[in-house]
Write a protein that binds this ligand. Structure first.
Ligand SMILES: Cc1cc2nc3c(=O)[nH]c(=O)nc-3n(C[C@H](O)[C@H](O)[C@H](O)COP(=O)(O)OP(=O)(O)OC[C@H]3O[C@@H](n4cnc5c(N)ncnc54)[C@H](O)[C@@H]3O)c2cc1C
Ligand code: SF4
Length: 337
């Protein structure tokens, strides 16, 4: 498989990058590490005329803490995240997620956190070569009018398999999107559309600039299931953030449960999360109940198209959430002593 022809632009400053994005709009794509983009281009899933590289924008690679928030530049390599004591200590779910992404070479030399969040949704009917797809009618995401994953579907249900996005949503992260002449900050949980063709509520001339994680004195855990420990995308994953109460000994003040790889976007399960407020840190039955309920909720979105049977993936939601809750609660108990 060969890359289609394209023009390569390598701006030196953020301002120049935003100017180029404003000029080329839908004709251009941002190139960060290229580990998602170039694979899709080789398969003929995408044919941008222009690639705007972030290679020279070293200023967009950083991790620091400021006024109760961890701030991460979008171009930060995944390897910097897994090497960061700050992330391991205060945003552990993100550390655990990035550790599992792809393979070491991908993390260390290429993949960025921005590209991880913005990688396209996947579906094994669609993520195939031109040759494979040419043998049948195109599906919605390929410009056609049918879906091979769900009968009669009027839209694309391709799945977000980003480990980073699931962990970040559990951590309550926001993202800053810059464009020529301005920027906006959005809650990651509100960043997604309901259509797998264009999964992100983002304009083509916008650039993901920064990820902002609130530091809440909470414990976070990320769990994922994949066929192999390296190279494979998650077939189901879960991120949990658990904040123990300051005033009531051994009680939970707040929880966020997010399930990934089951839908068009990571799923922040509000009801299941609220059900644990005020419960004891050792209430394993409550964790089990929230985990089973998460499985029921997440199962309504899933379709069979990312490997493993749908039944197995649905069952594993409960396991992932339960384990993450138990581990986060134990960490909270250990810290309080
Ligand atoms: C074999 C293999 C295994 C993989 N396994 C996993 C896995 O287990 N888990 C997982 O989560 N991912 C996995 N990936 C996907 C991917 O490699 C990673 O998500 C990686 O972090 C993507 O980052 P990148 O910098 O290479 O993105 P790129 O490929 O450069 O970009 C991805 C997309 O984001 C856009 N983009 C990137 N940065 C910006 C920005 N700052 N602003 C606007 N748009 C931007 C690009 O235009 C492109 O559309 C895998 C990929 C491969 C090939
Ligand atoms: S979910 Fe359906 S429309 Fe979307 S990529 Fe898969 S087959 Fe195509």
């Amino acid at each position: 498989m060969r890359l289609p022809r394209f023009n390569y632009l390598g701006p030196d400053t953020l301002e120049d990058t935003l100017d180029l994005l404003a000029f080329h709009r839908d004709d251009a794509k941002i190139l960060a590490g290229g580990t998602d983009l170039l694979v899709r281009m080789k398969k003929g899933l995408l044919k941008p005329n222009v690639l705007i590289s972030l290679k020279a924008l070293k200023d967009l690679s950083y991790i620091h803490e400021e006024d109760g928030y961890i701030k991460i530049g979008a171009r930060t390599p995944l390897a910097d995240i897994t090497a960061s004591d700050l992330i391991q200590k205060k945003a552990c779910a993100l550390f655990q997620a990035c550790e599992k992404i792809g393979a070491i070479t991908m993390q260390h030399y290429r993949g960025t956190i921005g590209g991880n969040i913005l990688q396209d949704n996947r579906c094994h009917h669609y993520n195939q070569s031109d040759f494979h797809r040419s043998g049948r009618q195109p599906c919605h995401k390929d410009g056609g009018k049918i879906c091979y994953a769900r009968d009669e579907a009027d839209r694309c249900n391709s799945t977000c398999q980003s480990d980073g996005a699931t962990a970040l949503m559990a951590l309550g992260a926001e993202i800053t999107l810059a464009r020529k002449g301005g920027e906006r900050t959005v809650d990651l949980a509100n960043f997604y559309t309901t259509d797998g063709i264009m999964p992100f509520a983002m304009e083509s001339h916008e650039l993901l600039k920064e990820i902002i994680i609130p530091v809440k004195g909470a414990q976070s855990v990320y769990k994922r299931l994949a066929y192999r420990s390296a190279i494979d995308y998650p077939i189901v994953c879960a991120g949990v953030l658990l904040k123990p109460s300051k005033s009531q000994k051994n009680k939970i003040e707040d929880v966020r449960i997010v399930v990934g790889a089951m839908s068009r976007s990571p799923l922040f399960l509000v009801q299941e999360s609220s059900s644990l407020k005020g419960k004891s840190l050792t209430d394993v039955d409550a964790f089990k109940h929230a985990a089973d309920s998460s499985m029921t909720s997440a199962s309504t979105f899933a379709v069979h198209h990312v490997g493993a049977t749908l039944e197995h993936r649905c069952e594993m939601v409960s396991q992932m959430v339960f384990q993450a809750l138990k581990e986060a609660a134990q960490k909270a108990i250990d810290v309080k002593g």
